[in-house]
Design a protein around this ligand. Structure first.
Ligand code: ZN
Length: 424
């Protein structure tokens, strides 16, 4: 059983000399040295047996608000032919039709959840491919997983189809909307700049509104500056006075647009109160990819400019070992490390940690976890005393405390998926 770089005793203890992000304890400083007492599995005001952490960093367990657990780990049987977005779409569609039985989806979902849990994640939103008849297979599996993992990982599901999947969104997507409502899910769609997008979005919001559903979009996952579906979503939310949470993921095309136009869209997004989730690893993999040509663009959306406008920005894993992203392990330290490097979040505000903690929790409307007395002691302790040490190494020897107890951080073996990977 792997438990990290040192032993942390159970019981009533005080972690002395812990280094924590200032934003997690309501301080303005980048990092703060503090003591954290744990009693009965919760952070406590009462000091216990001292355990000197020697300035090791302590983080609250992570929230990963945009994943695709149903697609994860199909890569060995469904490789992207050329690493392109179109290659990903077509490869996944073929694999889904051929292989996504309940057992197949459940086994791969469970594998990803084991990885996430071992890395210190405690809440996840997954998108679920919901083109009929897959919705009837995958949503019951999702419900079983949510139940099986309750208490370890809080799971949310969001449906996913392309906005052009049906001739009419109103008719074609209605039964999925019912399934989503039945399972307490979020209603989602991929928006492409199709000529009648406004009508399709109107029908989407009607379906969501009639069932009281929140919305989560994949939008403008392209470096084509003319793709402005985020702008249309913001306009429609403002126009309709829509007040349920709306999240929009990707928004890559903003980075290729004329700045004045992009900033004008961001002002609309801020006014509409949209939550934005950026998927920097998947974007770096798919965007600006042309065979034989070195990529120039990074694909990441305008996160600094969004933050400056008060827009709620999160980072998340997105895909894991599938045609949309060939790598990844549901590790939010990796996600934040890559976001920092790709988006130059260093030499910037000190509170970007909120983008994998408080911000996604706000977007998912789940309680924000602070490193404060009364909170469950769900903590990640790293053998690093500052950000440069944290992000220089993979932190494979991190300690994950859940309810004050160190969990087994052994990762599942890929070989446990081998039986699913014979080509159908
Ligand atoms: Zn996605």
């Amino acid at each position: 059983m792997m438990q990290g770089f040192r032993d942390i005793p159970e019981g009533h203890i005080t972690l002395k000399n812990a280094t924590v992000p200032g934003c997690c304890v309501g301080a303005d400083e980048d990092l703060v040295t503090t003591d954290i007492s744990i009693k009965d599995g919760k952070i406590s005001e009462n000091p216990g047996t001292p355990v000197d952490l020697a300035n090791a960093m302590v983080l609250p367990c992570f929230t990963d608000m945009h994943t695709h657990l149903d697609k994860g780990h199909i890569l060995p049987r469904a490789a992207n032919p050329d690493g392109s977005f179109m290659g990903a779409l077509t490869t996944v569609a073929a694999d889904r039709s051929a292989n996504w039985s309940a057992e197949d989806v459940a086994t791969r979902m469970d594998f990803s959840l084991k990885c996430a849990f071992a890395h210190g994640t405690k809440a996840i939103r997954t998108h679920i491919d919901s083109l009929s008849p897959q919705d009837e297979i995958s949503w019951p599996v999702f419900a079983e997983m949510r139940e099986a993992w309750a208490g370890r990982i809080e799971l949310q599901g969001s449906s996913l189809i392309g906005c052009d999947s049906y001739e009419s969104i109103k008719d074609g997507y209605a039964s999925s909307a019912d399934i989503v409502a039945e399972h307490g899910g979020i209603f989602g769609m991929v928006t492409y700049p199709v000529p009648d997008l406004k009508q399709r979005l109107g029908e989407f919001f009607d379906l969501a509104g009639a069932r009281g559903l929140e919305a989560d979009f994949h939008s403008d996952e392209t470096m084509d500056p003319s793709s402005e579906t985020l702008r249309l979503i913001a306009e429609m939310v403002l126009e309709a006075g829509w007040d349920r949470p709306v999240t929009v993921g990707h928004c890559c095309s903003l980075s290729a647009q004329d700045e004045a136009r992009a900033f004008d869209t961001l002002d609309l997004v801020a006014n509409a109160g949209l939550n934005i989730v950026s998927l920097p690893m998947c974007n770096l993999y798919l965007q600006d990819r042309l065979t034989g040509r070195t990529p120039r663009g990074r694909g990441i959306t305008l996160v600094h400019e969004m933050k400056a406008r008060g827009i709620n920005v999160s980072f998340a894993s997105d895909n894991t070992r599938d045609p949309f992203y060939a790598y990844g392990d549901m590790d939010m330290i990796e996600v934040l490390r890559q976001a920092i490097r790709i988006g130059h979040l260093d030499h910037s505000d000190p509170d970007w940690f909120t983008s994998v903690d408080a911000n996604p929790r706000n977007a998912m409307t789940i309680a924000t976890s602070k490193l404060a007395p009364g909170e469950t002691a769900d903590l990640v302790i790293c053998n690093a005393r500052r950000w440069s040490e944290l992000f220089a190494r993979p932190q494979s020897d991190r300690i994950v405390l859940r309810g004050g107890r160190a969990i087994d951080t052994t990762l599942p073996a890929y070989s446990t998926l081998d039986h699913l990977m014979e080509i159908a």
